[in-house]
Write a protein that binds this ligand. Sequence first.
Ligand code: PMP
Length: 424
Amino acid sequence: MNDDNSRELYDRALSVMPGGVNSAVRAAIEPYPFFVQKGDGGHIIDADGNRYIDWVMGLGPLMLGHDLPQPVKSSIQQKASEGPMYGMPTEIEVDLAEFVVRHVPSVEKIRFVNSGTEATTSAVRLARGYTGRNKIVINQGGYHGAQESTLVEGDAENTAPSSAGVPQAFAEHTLPVPFNDEEAVRKVFEKHGDDIAAVMTEPILGNYGIVHPTDGYHDFLREITEDHGSLLIFDEVITGFRVGGLGCAQSEFGVTPDLTTFGKIIGGGFPVGAIGGKAEIIEQFAPSGPVFQAGTFSGHPVTMAAGLETLKFAAENDVYDHIDGLGDRLRSGLSDIVAEQAPEYTVAGTAGMFKVIFTRDGEAPQNAADVKNAETDRWRRVFWGQMKDQGIVLSQNQFECQFVSYNHTDEDVEETLEAYKEAL
Ligand code: PMP
């Protein structure tokens, strides 16, 4: 496969950008990432003209794929052509806010921001401002963006920043616990209950192998937070409008969080984030409340148009049926292949999320430690390398999940399963 242009672009990029990329995970591919020229349906074409079936889908935002349906495309073009943004309110922000409030029962009010990171950062500040408490409980292996309060590792007894540049003082207020471990949560509440502002969790871990909650885990989190006057924050940046359709993962699990963070799909492929929840809490954001929050680009008209039209299209067409159906076929095909050729591996995911995890005991992982134990160089050699050589693009590392879009087809699924068979 010719990749001269990608290699040349990477050389140029390395001399002007740290690691040659603008987001860390993009450089995980060795010896260098390929550069994308353009998308085409469920496929992408790289700078050397090679075509791939794309299961990255922008890392999640592209629910509809690379070819947007006409109403979505026209609305984006119309908004961009009227002048991209104003720093003043526009009707389309109200339209998208009303849409989300109408479909997600826990969301009575919403504030739009520009990334998932900004959403979780603001949600943490809001939880602290609302409760007057400092500490945040998170899950080991959960990802809430590149922000100081969650770039923390260790356990509740012993936390440390997971990145240079994060002061220890931030880590001290963050309590990481294993996912699916009720006892660990009980313990942190026994010790710190009066100072826990919130428990923030992804309903399904989507950045660390895909880990599903055990039955009742989220109900338990709902109960214990309520008992202690802490907030429950669902980080639905990945699962929002993907799992559980327009009601999001919280509707699937039947749990009502106090706050929800959104990103990815609600911006229809443009930079976005949002914090939604109980009116009484969201009203604590400035200017109605004392928790400062602001952004030049927030509620950007082009983003709002892309997000609204994407969600409206999904509401009025067979988007979720199509995506979830292909997701089921992928997962069941992969399960058959794994059972036959590599029974120690597991297939995880739901709706439009899927991943083969290299567990060595054939058990689905319950938490981050299980996923960590399954880490293997095979990802890079066998999966990334061999799958890419067969024209299939999987996520850039073995921990992030892969996404099905409305543009993907039965043929894409068949071709991908054949390639997995070969690679395994
Ligand atoms: N929360 C979750 C659950 C995420 O998956 C991500 C990104 N993958 C973020 C927050 C951060 O979002 P962004 O990259 O848009 O800042």
